[in-house]
Every structure is written in structure tokens, then in C-alpha cells.
Design a protein around this ligand. Structure first.
Ligand code: SF4
Ligand code: SF4
Length: 229
């Protein structure tokens, strides 16, 4: 059985910047939201979002009998250019470490994801207590900000919920309460109406754009404090 505290410590040992854990249940609220968002056509040309919807909402369709979703974060600074490979590699390391510590059994079924599955990654990170989702539609971690990549390990192993991890984000107010800098600065006017409109988002249409992260005071305050490992 997984111990959230030892899991988190193990994730730090393999180089992740934070790690949380969530119960692998269907996320009904997100399913309703996503269905409406797609129905409005706000997903633009991301036609893949119209497919495999149940797989996005229910991790048990990705791993038969899934009980637990482990969500790991790695800051941009620590993930390098090929972040998919870096995160996948660390997820394998984490799995090996958990096996060696007998926190998961060799027969546990699992799968690892990083931008590679029909998975609502930010939402799962939020459910795992790793932050809130800001008005810029990024995960905002209380101490790492939003410049993080997300990787997941979905597995059939059960978690010891009596040792519930601290849900830090449930105790802190959203940093967005008195702010809308990302909405005002967005060159495509893709934010705040009231949802993110992918059709207007420059990052999803033509070019790389990080304006909504660059202007976020949470990230600005971290710029000088996060250094490469
Ligand atoms: S810029 Fe302000 S409103 Fe936008 S995500 Fe950051 S804190 Fe929230
Ligand atoms: S990536 Fe750029 S265009 Fe897209 S929402 Fe953020 S600021 Fe707007």
C-alpha cells in the first residue's frame, strides 16, 4: 500500500520538484465542463479533444482497475529541452524505487503519462493537492509557480488514505483573486471570456507564446529563487 509521505520523499529523491497523489475516480465535474467547452467549439482545431473523452475523464479506462494517480512536477528549469523523455525516465526511476521499498507490488498494473495520453493533467495535479488552476489556465503551484511540466503514474496499487497528504492548496487563497494581469496581457484575447478560447491562443495556433505565464506575479517572484539543479 502506498504511503503518501514516503511517496513524496521518493519523488524528491529521483529529482522531481513535487509530487502528490489522488484517488483514481472519474472526474464528473470536468467531464461536464469539457463536454460543454468542446460543444462551444472553443477547442479550435484540437479535434483529438473530441475523441476518447471517457478516457480523459476516467483513469480506470487507461489502466484497468486503477486505484491511484501519482502526479509529479518538474520545473522547466530542471526538465531540459526534451521534457517528455526526462519526465518519463524519472517516472521509471520512481517506480523502481517504490518497488524496491515494497510500496508497490510487482504485480501492480500501471501506466506512465506525460503529454502522451488523453489525460487532464492540470486537473489531476490540482486533485493531487499540487496547486490551483489560474486564470491563465495553468497549474499554479504555491511555491513553484506555473512553469512546471506534469507527469503521471496511474496504477492499481491502493493508497493509505489514513495518512492523507497535506492538501496545501485547499488552505491557501487563489493567487488570482485580485489579479487579471494574464487576461489583460494576452495578445490573442484568449483568456477570461469566461473560459480559455484555444482558437485565439497563439500558443495553440501559430507560435510559441508564454505571455500569460511571464506576467504572472507568482512566476515573477520565483524567477530569482529557482536555480537549475
Ligand atoms: S497573472 Fe494573476 S490572474 Fe493570471 S494566473 Fe497569475 S495570479 Fe492568476
Ligand atoms: S499562451 Fe499567449 S495567446 Fe495563449 S492564452 Fe497565454 S498569453 Fe494568451
Amino acid at each position: 500500500m502506498l504511503s503518501p509521505a514516503i511517496l513524496r520523499q521518493s519523488a524528491f529523491e529521483v529529482g522531481f520538484d513535487d509530487c502528490g497523489i489522488a484517488q483514481a475516480c472519474r472526474i464528473d465535474d470536468d467531464a461536464d465542463f469539457m463536454d460543454q467547452w468542446v460543444a462551444q467549439g472553443w477547442h479550435g482545431n484540437m479535434a483529438y479533444l473530441e475523441r476518447n473523452r471517457e478516457r480523459r475523464y476516467n483513469p480506470q479506462t487507461l489502466v484497468d482497475g486503477a486505484q491511484t494517480v501519482i502526479v509529479c512536477l518538474l520545473t522547466y528549469e530542471h526538465s531540459g529541452h526534451d521534457y517528455h523523455r526526462t519526465i518519463k525516465s524519472k517516472l521509471y526511476e520512481l517506480e523502481a524505487l517504490l518497488l524496491s521499498r515494497q510500496l508497490i507490488t510487482p504485480t501492480a498494473q500501471q501506466n506512465k503519462f506525460c503529454d502522451s495520453a488523453p489525460f487532464l493533467e492540470r486537473r489531476w495535479a490540482q486533485k493531487a493537492g499540487l496547486g490551483t488552476i489560474g486564470k491563465n489556465h495553468q497549474l499554479i503551484h504555491p511555491t513553484l509557480g506555473s512553469r512546471v511540466h506534469i507527469g503521471e503514474l496511474v496504477l492499481t496499487e491502493q493508497t493509505d488514505w489514513t495518512e492523507r497528504q497535506t492538501q496545501e492548496t485547499e488552505q491557501v487563497p487563489s493567487p488570482c483573486d485580485n489579479c487579471q494581469r494574464c487576461i489583460d496581457a494576452c495578445p490573442g484575447h484568449a483568456l477570461g471570456q469566461p473560459q480559455w478560447d484555444a482558437r485565439k491562443c497563439i500558443a495553440y495556433t501559430t507560435h510559441k507564446c508564454t505571455v500569460c505565464q511571464d506576467v504572472c506575479p507568482i512566476n515573477i517572484s520565483l524567477t530569482d529563487t529557482i536555480k537549475p539543479k
